[in-house]
Design a protein around this ligand. Structure first.
Ligand SMILES: Cc1cc2nc3c(=O)[nH]c(=O)nc-3n(C[C@H](O)[C@H](O)[C@H](O)COP(=O)(O)OP(=O)(O)OC[C@H]3O[C@@H](n4cnc5c(N)ncnc54)[C@H](O)[C@@H]3O)c2cc1C
Length: 416
Protein backbone atom coordinates (compact mmCIF):
# COMPACT_ATOMS: atom_id res chain seq x y z
CA UNK A 1 0.00 0.00 0.00
CA UNK A 2 1.32 3.43 -0.92
CA UNK A 3 0.99 5.45 2.27
CA UNK A 4 0.96 8.72 0.29
CA UNK A 5 -2.40 7.83 -1.26
CA UNK A 6 -4.10 7.42 2.11
CA UNK A 7 -6.41 10.21 3.31
CA UNK A 8 -4.41 12.86 5.17
CA UNK A 9 -5.64 14.08 8.59
CA UNK A 10 -3.90 17.17 9.95
CA UNK A 11 -4.31 17.87 13.67
CA UNK A 12 -3.28 21.30 14.94
CA UNK A 13 -2.57 21.21 18.67
CA UNK A 14 -1.28 18.32 20.79
CA UNK A 15 -3.14 19.19 23.97
CA UNK A 16 -5.79 16.98 25.53
CA UNK A 17 -8.10 17.08 22.51
CA UNK A 18 -5.55 16.75 19.69
CA UNK A 19 -3.73 13.88 21.43
CA UNK A 20 -6.98 11.96 21.85
CA UNK A 21 -7.80 12.30 18.14
CA UNK A 22 -4.32 11.08 17.18
CA UNK A 23 -4.47 8.07 19.49
CA UNK A 24 -7.98 7.03 18.51
CA UNK A 25 -6.96 7.10 14.83
CA UNK A 26 -3.88 4.92 15.43
CA UNK A 27 -5.29 1.90 13.56
CA UNK A 28 -7.24 3.78 10.88
CA UNK A 29 -6.16 3.54 7.21
CA UNK A 30 -5.04 7.17 7.10
CA UNK A 31 -1.89 9.21 7.58
CA UNK A 32 -1.77 11.82 10.29
CA UNK A 33 0.31 14.96 10.67
CA UNK A 34 0.24 16.28 14.23
CA UNK A 35 1.41 19.88 14.59
CA UNK A 36 2.23 21.77 17.78
CA UNK A 37 4.24 24.89 18.52
CA UNK A 38 5.82 23.00 21.43
CA UNK A 39 7.56 19.64 21.23
CA UNK A 40 5.71 18.39 24.31
CA UNK A 41 2.23 17.66 25.63
CA UNK A 42 1.51 19.74 28.72
CA UNK A 43 -0.68 18.66 31.62
CA UNK A 44 -2.02 22.13 32.37
CA UNK A 45 -4.06 21.24 35.49
CA UNK A 46 -0.78 20.80 37.39
CA UNK A 47 0.92 24.02 36.21
CA UNK A 48 0.26 25.66 39.57
CA UNK A 49 2.34 22.88 41.19
CA UNK A 50 5.34 24.10 39.17
CA UNK A 51 4.62 27.66 40.30
CA UNK A 52 4.54 26.69 43.97
CA UNK A 53 7.79 24.67 43.66
CA UNK A 54 6.00 21.34 44.10
CA UNK A 55 6.92 19.76 40.75
CA UNK A 56 9.47 20.37 37.99
CA UNK A 57 8.25 21.06 34.43
CA UNK A 58 9.45 17.70 33.06
CA UNK A 59 7.05 15.96 35.45
CA UNK A 60 4.00 17.55 33.82
CA UNK A 61 5.19 17.76 30.21
CA UNK A 62 6.17 14.88 27.95
CA UNK A 63 7.93 14.93 24.52
CA UNK A 64 5.48 14.28 21.69
CA UNK A 65 7.95 12.31 19.61
CA UNK A 66 8.36 9.91 22.54
CA UNK A 67 4.59 9.59 23.06
CA UNK A 68 3.99 8.67 19.41
CA UNK A 69 7.20 6.70 18.81
CA UNK A 70 5.32 3.45 18.22
CA UNK A 71 2.37 4.83 16.25
CA UNK A 72 3.11 4.03 12.60
CA UNK A 73 0.61 6.30 10.85
CA UNK A 74 1.65 9.61 12.43
CA UNK A 75 4.30 12.27 11.76
CA UNK A 76 4.93 15.13 14.17
CA UNK A 77 5.89 18.63 13.02
CA UNK A 78 6.87 21.33 15.44
CA UNK A 79 5.79 24.83 14.50
CA UNK A 80 3.09 27.45 14.83
CA UNK A 81 0.29 27.39 12.27
CA UNK A 82 -0.32 30.97 11.19
CA UNK A 83 -3.02 30.60 8.56
CA UNK A 84 -5.48 28.12 7.09
CA UNK A 85 -7.04 28.17 3.63
CA UNK A 86 -10.32 26.29 4.09
CA UNK A 87 -11.22 26.39 0.37
CA UNK A 88 -7.85 25.17 -0.92
CA UNK A 89 -7.52 22.85 2.14
CA UNK A 90 -4.06 23.62 3.41
CA UNK A 91 -2.42 25.05 6.52
CA UNK A 92 0.60 27.34 6.57
CA UNK A 93 3.48 26.17 8.73
CA UNK A 94 7.12 27.24 9.00
CA UNK A 95 7.01 29.09 5.68
CA UNK A 96 5.51 26.19 3.69
CA UNK A 97 2.08 24.65 3.27
CA UNK A 98 0.61 21.30 4.30
CA UNK A 99 -2.43 20.05 2.40
CA UNK A 100 -5.12 18.06 4.21
CA UNK A 101 -8.20 15.97 3.48
CA UNK A 102 -9.47 16.37 7.05
CA UNK A 103 -8.45 18.99 9.57
CA UNK A 104 -8.83 18.97 13.35
CA UNK A 105 -8.42 22.33 15.05
CA UNK A 106 -7.45 21.69 18.67
CA UNK A 107 -5.48 24.84 19.45
CA UNK A 108 -6.89 25.36 22.97
CA UNK A 109 -7.19 28.64 24.79
CA UNK A 110 -5.26 31.43 26.42
CA UNK A 111 -5.63 33.74 29.40
CA UNK A 112 -8.38 36.34 29.05
CA UNK A 113 -7.57 39.65 30.73
CA UNK A 114 -10.79 41.20 29.40
CA UNK A 115 -8.79 44.14 28.04
CA UNK A 116 -7.26 45.04 31.42
CA UNK A 117 -3.76 45.94 30.23
CA UNK A 118 -2.47 46.83 33.70
CA UNK A 119 -3.05 43.25 34.84
CA UNK A 120 -1.72 41.76 31.61
CA UNK A 121 1.51 43.74 31.96
CA UNK A 122 2.09 43.50 35.71
CA UNK A 123 0.31 40.34 36.83
CA UNK A 124 1.21 36.68 36.58
CA UNK A 125 -0.80 34.01 34.78
CA UNK A 126 -0.75 30.23 34.69
CA UNK A 127 -1.00 29.02 31.13
CA UNK A 128 2.48 27.86 30.11
CA UNK A 129 5.60 26.30 31.60
CA UNK A 130 7.49 29.59 31.15
CA UNK A 131 4.81 31.50 33.07
CA UNK A 132 4.78 28.95 35.89
CA UNK A 133 8.58 29.06 36.26
CA UNK A 134 8.46 32.87 36.14
CA UNK A 135 5.95 32.86 39.00
CA UNK A 136 8.00 30.35 41.01
CA UNK A 137 11.12 32.51 40.68
CA UNK A 138 9.17 35.62 41.62
CA UNK A 139 7.65 34.03 44.75
CA UNK A 140 10.99 32.76 46.00
CA UNK A 141 12.80 36.03 45.16
CA UNK A 142 10.09 38.00 46.96
CA UNK A 143 10.73 36.01 50.13
CA UNK A 144 14.47 36.68 49.80
CA UNK A 145 13.76 40.42 49.46
CA UNK A 146 11.28 40.45 52.33
CA UNK A 147 13.75 38.69 54.61
CA UNK A 148 16.12 41.66 54.38
CA UNK A 149 13.56 44.48 54.14
CA UNK A 150 13.53 46.71 57.24
CA UNK A 151 10.64 49.00 56.25
CA UNK A 152 7.54 47.40 57.77
CA UNK A 153 5.06 48.63 55.14
CA UNK A 154 7.25 47.56 52.25
CA UNK A 155 7.74 44.15 53.84
CA UNK A 156 3.99 43.74 54.31
CA UNK A 157 3.41 44.57 50.63
CA UNK A 158 6.03 41.99 49.63
CA UNK A 159 4.33 39.38 51.77
CA UNK A 160 0.83 40.05 50.43
CA UNK A 161 -0.16 37.68 47.62
CA UNK A 162 -3.32 38.32 45.63
CA UNK A 163 -4.97 35.62 43.52
CA UNK A 164 -7.83 36.79 41.29
CA UNK A 165 -10.58 34.38 40.23
CA UNK A 166 -12.60 32.12 42.52
CA UNK A 167 -12.87 29.20 40.07
CA UNK A 168 -11.03 25.90 40.63
CA UNK A 169 -7.66 27.24 39.35
CA UNK A 170 -7.74 30.29 41.65
CA UNK A 171 -8.84 28.21 44.64
CA UNK A 172 -6.16 25.58 44.00
CA UNK A 173 -3.45 28.22 43.55
CA UNK A 174 -4.43 30.23 46.64
CA UNK A 175 -4.65 27.10 48.82
CA UNK A 176 -1.31 25.72 47.62
CA UNK A 177 0.41 29.10 47.96
CA UNK A 178 -0.83 29.56 51.52
CA UNK A 179 0.47 26.13 52.36
CA UNK A 180 3.85 26.73 50.73
CA UNK A 181 4.25 29.81 52.89
CA UNK A 182 2.86 28.57 56.21
CA UNK A 183 4.38 25.10 56.14
CA UNK A 184 7.53 25.30 54.04
CA UNK A 185 8.95 28.80 53.57
CA UNK A 186 8.42 29.60 57.21
CA UNK A 187 11.05 26.96 58.01
CA UNK A 188 13.49 28.49 55.50
CA UNK A 189 12.98 31.97 56.98
CA UNK A 190 12.72 31.36 60.74
CA UNK A 191 13.09 35.06 61.58
CA UNK A 192 10.27 36.21 59.36
CA UNK A 193 7.08 37.23 61.13
CA UNK A 194 4.23 35.07 59.83
CA UNK A 195 1.60 37.60 60.80
CA UNK A 196 2.82 39.82 57.95
CA UNK A 197 1.93 37.17 55.35
CA UNK A 198 -1.45 37.43 53.61
CA UNK A 199 -2.93 35.36 50.80
CA UNK A 200 -6.07 36.92 49.35
CA UNK A 201 -8.48 35.39 46.88
CA UNK A 202 -10.61 37.93 45.00
CA UNK A 203 -13.82 36.95 43.25
CA UNK A 204 -16.05 39.41 41.39
CA UNK A 205 -19.15 37.19 41.73
CA UNK A 206 -21.16 36.30 44.82
CA UNK A 207 -19.29 33.09 45.61
CA UNK A 208 -16.17 31.05 44.91
CA UNK A 209 -16.60 27.91 42.80
CA UNK A 210 -19.89 29.10 41.24
CA UNK A 211 -20.32 25.91 39.18
CA UNK A 212 -20.10 23.66 42.26
CA UNK A 213 -23.07 22.56 44.43
CA UNK A 214 -23.81 24.46 47.67
CA UNK A 215 -22.26 21.92 50.06
CA UNK A 216 -18.96 21.93 48.14
CA UNK A 217 -18.88 25.73 47.97
CA UNK A 218 -19.28 25.80 51.73
CA UNK A 219 -16.60 23.12 52.16
CA UNK A 220 -14.26 25.12 49.88
CA UNK A 221 -14.76 28.26 51.96
CA UNK A 222 -14.08 26.32 55.19
CA UNK A 223 -10.97 24.67 53.77
CA UNK A 224 -9.62 28.01 52.51
CA UNK A 225 -10.28 29.53 55.92
CA UNK A 226 -8.31 26.71 57.56
CA UNK A 227 -5.40 27.52 55.27
CA UNK A 228 -5.73 31.19 56.28
CA UNK A 229 -6.67 32.37 52.79
CA UNK A 230 -8.76 35.57 52.97
CA UNK A 231 -11.64 35.23 50.51
CA UNK A 232 -13.16 38.48 49.22
CA UNK A 233 -16.29 37.87 47.11
CA UNK A 234 -18.25 40.57 45.27
CA UNK A 235 -14.87 42.24 44.81
CA UNK A 236 -13.83 43.51 41.43
CA UNK A 237 -10.26 44.38 40.57
CA UNK A 238 -9.94 47.45 38.34
CA UNK A 239 -6.21 48.12 38.20
CA UNK A 240 -2.84 46.70 39.17
CA UNK A 241 0.28 48.81 38.68
CA UNK A 242 2.77 46.25 39.96
CA UNK A 243 2.80 47.79 43.44
CA UNK A 244 -0.85 47.97 44.43
CA UNK A 245 -4.22 46.57 43.47
CA UNK A 246 -7.14 48.98 43.12
CA UNK A 247 -10.59 47.52 43.73
CA UNK A 248 -13.92 48.62 42.27
CA UNK A 249 -14.93 50.39 45.51
CA UNK A 250 -11.67 52.37 45.54
CA UNK A 251 -9.88 50.27 48.16
CA UNK A 252 -6.18 49.69 47.55
CA UNK A 253 -4.09 46.69 48.51
CA UNK A 254 -0.30 47.10 48.34
CA UNK A 255 1.21 43.93 46.83
CA UNK A 256 4.04 42.83 44.56
CA UNK A 257 2.24 39.66 43.47
CA UNK A 258 -0.97 39.36 41.54
CA UNK A 259 -1.90 36.02 39.99
CA UNK A 260 -4.72 36.26 37.43
CA UNK A 261 -6.85 33.11 36.99
CA UNK A 262 -10.13 34.90 36.27
CA UNK A 263 -10.56 34.29 32.57
CA UNK A 264 -9.84 32.03 29.60
CA UNK A 265 -10.63 32.57 25.95
CA UNK A 266 -10.01 30.56 22.80
CA UNK A 267 -6.59 30.92 21.12
CA UNK A 268 -6.20 34.23 19.28
CA UNK A 269 -5.16 32.57 16.01
CA UNK A 270 -8.82 31.58 15.54
CA UNK A 271 -9.84 35.26 15.28
CA UNK A 272 -8.25 35.67 11.86
CA UNK A 273 -9.69 32.55 10.20
CA UNK A 274 -13.04 34.04 9.14
CA UNK A 275 -15.04 31.36 10.98
CA UNK A 276 -18.12 32.01 13.15
CA UNK A 277 -17.11 32.62 16.77
CA UNK A 278 -19.27 32.72 19.87
CA UNK A 279 -18.56 33.31 23.59
CA UNK A 280 -14.88 33.70 24.57
CA UNK A 281 -13.88 33.61 20.89
CA UNK A 282 -14.66 29.88 20.59
CA UNK A 283 -15.55 28.56 17.14
CA UNK A 284 -19.19 27.58 16.74
CA UNK A 285 -19.48 23.97 15.59
CA UNK A 286 -22.30 21.71 14.40
CA UNK A 287 -23.46 18.94 16.75
CA UNK A 288 -21.03 16.57 15.03
CA UNK A 289 -18.16 19.00 15.88
CA UNK A 290 -17.74 19.93 12.18
CA UNK A 291 -17.66 23.44 10.75
CA UNK A 292 -21.01 24.20 9.15
CA UNK A 293 -19.50 25.30 5.82
CA UNK A 294 -16.57 22.88 5.80
CA UNK A 295 -17.60 19.37 6.81
CA UNK A 296 -13.98 18.17 6.51
CA UNK A 297 -12.95 20.49 9.40
CA UNK A 298 -13.52 19.55 13.05
CA UNK A 299 -12.99 21.93 15.98
CA UNK A 300 -12.66 20.53 19.51
CA UNK A 301 -11.73 21.39 23.10
CA UNK A 302 -11.26 24.94 24.39
CA UNK A 303 -11.29 26.18 20.78
CA UNK A 304 -14.85 24.92 20.15
CA UNK A 305 -18.17 26.46 21.18
CA UNK A 306 -20.57 23.59 21.71
CA UNK A 307 -23.84 24.01 23.58
CA UNK A 308 -25.06 21.25 25.86
CA UNK A 309 -28.72 20.44 26.60
CA UNK A 310 -29.40 23.64 28.61
CA UNK A 311 -28.08 25.89 25.84
CA UNK A 312 -24.95 26.60 27.89
CA UNK A 313 -21.54 26.16 26.26
CA UNK A 314 -19.54 23.19 27.51
CA UNK A 315 -16.84 24.41 29.93
CA UNK A 316 -13.18 24.74 28.97
CA UNK A 317 -12.05 21.52 30.65
CA UNK A 318 -9.70 18.70 29.73
CA UNK A 319 -12.56 16.19 30.13
CA UNK A 320 -14.56 18.02 27.43
CA UNK A 321 -11.53 18.20 25.10
CA UNK A 322 -10.80 14.47 25.50
CA UNK A 323 -14.40 13.37 24.87
CA UNK A 324 -14.68 15.69 21.86
CA UNK A 325 -11.35 14.34 20.55
CA UNK A 326 -12.67 10.79 20.72
CA UNK A 327 -15.92 11.79 18.99
CA UNK A 328 -14.09 13.68 16.21
CA UNK A 329 -11.87 10.63 15.54
CA UNK A 330 -14.96 8.38 15.36
CA UNK A 331 -16.71 10.77 12.99
CA UNK A 332 -13.70 10.99 10.67
CA UNK A 333 -13.70 7.18 10.45
CA UNK A 334 -17.45 7.14 9.78
CA UNK A 335 -17.09 9.62 6.92
CA UNK A 336 -14.26 7.54 5.44
CA UNK A 337 -16.61 4.53 5.46
CA UNK A 338 -19.32 6.55 3.73
CA UNK A 339 -21.45 6.79 6.90
CA UNK A 340 -23.08 9.83 8.52
CA UNK A 341 -21.17 11.48 11.37
CA UNK A 342 -22.92 11.28 14.75
CA UNK A 343 -23.84 14.09 17.11
CA UNK A 344 -21.58 14.55 20.13
CA UNK A 345 -22.94 14.07 23.67
CA UNK A 346 -20.86 15.07 26.68
CA UNK A 347 -20.90 12.73 29.69
CA UNK A 348 -20.16 14.80 32.79
CA UNK A 349 -17.61 12.86 34.86
CA UNK A 350 -18.04 15.12 37.92
CA UNK A 351 -16.13 17.94 39.60
CA UNK A 352 -12.81 17.91 41.42
CA UNK A 353 -10.55 20.56 42.91
CA UNK A 354 -7.84 20.49 45.55
CA UNK A 355 -7.14 23.14 48.16
CA UNK A 356 -3.66 22.12 49.23
CA UNK A 357 -2.38 19.11 51.13
CA UNK A 358 -5.04 16.88 52.58
CA UNK A 359 -7.95 19.00 51.38
CA UNK A 360 -10.10 18.84 48.25
CA UNK A 361 -13.70 18.88 47.10
CA UNK A 362 -15.23 16.39 44.67
CA UNK A 363 -18.57 15.55 43.12
CA UNK A 364 -18.49 12.05 41.64
CA UNK A 365 -21.24 9.47 40.95
CA UNK A 366 -23.78 12.02 42.25
CA UNK A 367 -22.04 12.18 45.67
CA UNK A 368 -20.18 15.09 47.24
CA UNK A 369 -16.90 14.53 49.07
CA UNK A 370 -14.63 16.99 50.83
CA UNK A 371 -11.43 16.92 52.88
CA UNK A 372 -9.04 13.97 52.93
CA UNK A 373 -11.12 11.47 50.90
CA UNK A 374 -11.57 13.99 48.08
CA UNK A 375 -7.85 14.75 48.21
CA UNK A 376 -6.94 11.05 47.85
CA UNK A 377 -9.29 10.82 44.83
CA UNK A 378 -7.62 13.94 43.39
CA UNK A 379 -4.09 12.54 43.89
CA UNK A 380 -4.81 9.20 42.22
CA UNK A 381 -6.84 10.65 39.36
CA UNK A 382 -4.08 13.13 38.50
CA UNK A 383 -1.37 10.49 38.75
CA UNK A 384 -3.42 8.19 36.52
CA UNK A 385 -3.97 10.91 33.91
CA UNK A 386 -0.33 11.99 33.69
CA UNK A 387 1.53 10.70 30.66
CA UNK A 388 4.49 8.36 31.06
CA UNK A 389 5.29 5.82 33.77
CA UNK A 390 8.38 7.76 34.88
CA UNK A 391 6.33 10.93 35.41
CA UNK A 392 3.67 9.10 37.39
CA UNK A 393 6.26 7.52 39.66
CA UNK A 394 8.19 10.75 40.22
CA UNK A 395 5.07 12.80 40.93
CA UNK A 396 3.83 10.15 43.37
CA UNK A 397 7.21 10.20 45.18
CA UNK A 398 7.18 14.02 45.23
CA UNK A 399 3.69 14.20 46.68
CA UNK A 400 4.39 11.47 49.24
CA UNK A 401 7.51 13.39 50.30
CA UNK A 402 5.59 16.65 50.62
CA UNK A 403 2.79 14.89 52.47
CA UNK A 404 5.10 13.31 55.01
CA UNK A 405 7.62 16.08 55.52
CA UNK A 406 5.82 19.32 54.55
CA UNK A 407 8.66 20.00 52.16
CA UNK A 408 8.35 21.34 48.60
CA UNK A 409 11.47 20.09 46.90
CA UNK A 410 12.03 22.44 43.99
CA UNK A 411 12.68 25.71 45.79
CA UNK A 412 15.29 26.91 43.33
CA UNK A 413 15.52 30.41 41.91
CA UNK A 414 16.71 29.93 38.34
CA UNK A 415 17.54 32.21 35.43
CA UNK A 416 14.55 32.60 33.07
C1 LIG B 1 -3.84 26.40 35.26
C2 LIG B 1 -4.89 25.53 34.63
C3 LIG B 1 -5.56 24.60 35.42
C4 LIG B 1 -6.54 23.78 34.85
N1 LIG B 1 -7.15 22.84 35.62
C5 LIG B 1 -8.03 21.97 35.07
C6 LIG B 1 -8.61 20.91 35.83
O1 LIG B 1 -8.35 20.79 37.03
N2 LIG B 1 -9.46 20.06 35.21
C7 LIG B 1 -9.75 20.17 33.88
O2 LIG B 1 -10.49 19.34 33.34
N3 LIG B 1 -9.24 21.17 33.12
C8 LIG B 1 -8.39 22.06 33.69
N4 LIG B 1 -7.84 23.07 32.93
C9 LIG B 1 -8.32 23.27 31.55
C10 LIG B 1 -7.67 22.31 30.58
O3 LIG B 1 -6.27 22.34 30.70
C11 LIG B 1 -8.09 22.70 29.16
O4 LIG B 1 -9.49 22.70 29.09
C12 LIG B 1 -7.54 21.72 28.15
O5 LIG B 1 -6.12 21.82 28.12
C13 LIG B 1 -8.10 22.01 26.75
O6 LIG B 1 -7.58 21.07 25.86
P1 LIG B 1 -7.35 21.45 24.34
O7 LIG B 1 -6.86 20.21 23.68
O8 LIG B 1 -8.54 22.12 23.81
O9 LIG B 1 -6.21 22.56 24.37
P2 LIG B 1 -4.77 22.55 25.04
O10 LIG B 1 -4.60 21.43 25.98
O11 LIG B 1 -4.55 23.94 25.54
O12 LIG B 1 -3.81 22.29 23.80
C14 LIG B 1 -3.68 23.17 22.74
C15 LIG B 1 -2.38 22.87 22.04
O13 LIG B 1 -2.36 23.59 20.82
C16 LIG B 1 -1.07 24.12 20.62
N5 LIG B 1 -1.22 25.30 19.74
C17 LIG B 1 -1.96 26.40 19.97
N6 LIG B 1 -1.92 27.24 18.91
C18 LIG B 1 -1.15 26.63 17.98
C19 LIG B 1 -0.74 27.00 16.68
N7 LIG B 1 -1.13 28.12 16.10
N8 LIG B 1 0.08 26.16 16.00
C20 LIG B 1 0.50 24.99 16.58
N9 LIG B 1 0.13 24.60 17.80
C21 LIG B 1 -0.69 25.39 18.50
C22 LIG B 1 -0.58 24.45 22.01
O14 LIG B 1 0.83 24.50 22.07
C23 LIG B 1 -1.16 23.30 22.82
O15 LIG B 1 -0.27 22.22 22.94
C24 LIG B 1 -6.86 23.91 33.48
C25 LIG B 1 -6.19 24.87 32.70
C26 LIG B 1 -5.21 25.68 33.27
C27 LIG B 1 -4.49 26.68 32.42
Amino acid sequence: MNIKTLPHVVIIGAGFGGMEVARKLAKAPIRITLIDKHNYHLFQPLLYQVAIAGLVPSQIAYPLRTIFRRQKNIAFQMGEVTDIDFDARYVKLNGSVIAYDYLVLAVGGQTNFFGNQSVEQNGFQLKSIEAAIGLRNHLLKTFEQASREVDVDKRKAMLTFVVVGGGPTGVETAGALAELITHVLIKDYPHMDLKDVRVLLLEAGKTVMPSYPDELRKATNDLLKNKKVEVLVDTKLVDYNGLQVTLGDGRRIPTQTLIWTAGVRAARMLDSLGVEQAGAGRVRVADSLQLKDHAEVFVIGDAAYFENGNRQPLPMLSTVAIQEGKAAAQNIQKILKGQKPEPFHYKDPGLLATIGRNAAVARIWGLSFSGFIAWVIWVFLHIYRLIGFRNRLLVLINWAWEYLFYENQVRLITKE
